[in-house]
Design a protein around this ligand. Structure first.
Ligand code: CP
Length: 340
């Protein structure tokens, strides 16, 4: 794909070479994300960080990624703080905001909304999550994490055995990750969900058409055996037709250390796009796994920084300038993150 000046709306835009390009640039960003060095390559540039739906890590890490490249951030963090509540259209909103920004990251509760916004934007737009549809930067950081975790175990993404657990119907991170993993060879997908929350049929058809194996189950214990990666998800309560319906699935699948020890292979890596629901009656990923060395959830969030820096650098065509405009930091460097 052509990165320069492009919107990033779906992982369908990427082939394996494109993914490798993003990962190679992300690797170059490691000293900056770890705050060992500073680059100001985007000095003077403005990110419009437009989140019309709640977010912690996507919003803040896109903002930090931009700051780490030297740019300034302007942001909206909820619909009610924008003129959308007064009836302004996505078209008008995009025309206005793209006059103030060099690039826009946008999240919205409706599937297809970011594409509609991008069509009216005068600057590149990155999809920060549109309803139950896609979350491309999450899938890229997940795949980057999977690749690193597999390299550490002398394995490859080709031949990966992944178990995806929970709300596979509404989970946009799962949708994007399944599509991205399908670019690789011989992936075994174990899909564990209640029948009503199974992965939509079009994703399953696409996965199978690309030669991968799919096994569906509603049983957590049998489904998680023999997995390299266990990708647990939250019930996306906000996407259900009613709160009562969502509550039927609360706490249905709960992974804790006892279940992990009994049913998983010893080095199975545990991932989750986060947020995990840590309320007592939900707890799909128990706190008692926090010290498990195979819990990769905070390695995922740290990796989000370099992936998002790489997307900005590629879209704005500054990758070759990063190291030229670079200097070491002057403050104490503590053990802030897992990046290496
Ligand atoms: N993974 C993810 O999208 O998290 P946030 O909702 O906090 O951005």
């Amino acid at each position: 794909m052509e990165f320069i000046g492009s919107h990033i709306l779906s992982v369908s835009q990427f082939d394996r070479t494109d993914v490798d390009t993003v990962f190679a640039v992300a690797d170059k960003m490691l000293p900056y994300a770890a705050r060992e060095s500073i680059t100001r390559v985007l000095e003077g540039a403005i990110l419009g960080n437009m989140f019309f739906e709640p977010s912690t890590r996507t919003r803040v890490s896109f903002g930090c990624a931009w700051n780490l490249l030297g740019g300034e951030v302007r942001e909206t963090s909820e619909v009610k703080a924008s003129a959308l509540v007064k009836g302004e259209s996505l078209y008008d909103t995009a025309r206005v905001l793209s006059g103030y920004s060099d690039i826009i990251v946008m999240r919205h509760q409706l599937a297809g909304s970011v594409e509609e916004f991008a069509a009216a934007s005068r600057v590149p737009v990155i999809n920060g999550g549109d309803g139950a549809n896609e979350h491309p930067s999450q899938a890229l950081l997940d795949l980057y994490t999977i690749k690193k975790e597999m390299i550490a175990q002398r394995k490859t993404v080709d031949g990966l055995r992944i178990a995806l657990v929970g709300d596979l119907k509404y989970g946009r991170a799962v949708h994007s990750l399944c599509r991205l993993l399908s670019l690789y060879q011989d992936i075994h997908f174990s899909l564990i969900s209640p029948p009503e929350l199974r992965l939509p049929e079009n994703y399953i058809v696409d996965i199978k058409r690309q030669g991968h194996q799919v096994q569906e189950s509603a049983d957590l214990h049998s489904g998680i055996a023999h997995a390299d990666i266990l990708y647990v998800t939250r019930t996306q309560e906000e996407r259900f037709p009613s709160k009562e319906e969502a509550e039927r699935y609360r706490g249905l699948f709960r992974l804790n250390q006892t279940i992990y020890t009994e049913y998983c292979e010893p080095n199975t890596v545990i991932m989750h796009p986060l947020p995990r629901d840590s309320r007592g009656d939900a707890m799909e990923l128990d706190d008692d796994l926090n010290e498990n060395p195979n819990l990769a959830i905070f390695r995922q969030t740290d990796n989000g920084l370099v992936i998002r820096m790489a997307l900005f650098a590629l879209i704005l065509d500054v990758t070759s300038q990063i190291e030229q405009i670079s200097r070491p930091v002057k403050w104490y460097i503590g053990g802030r993150c897992h990046l290496s």
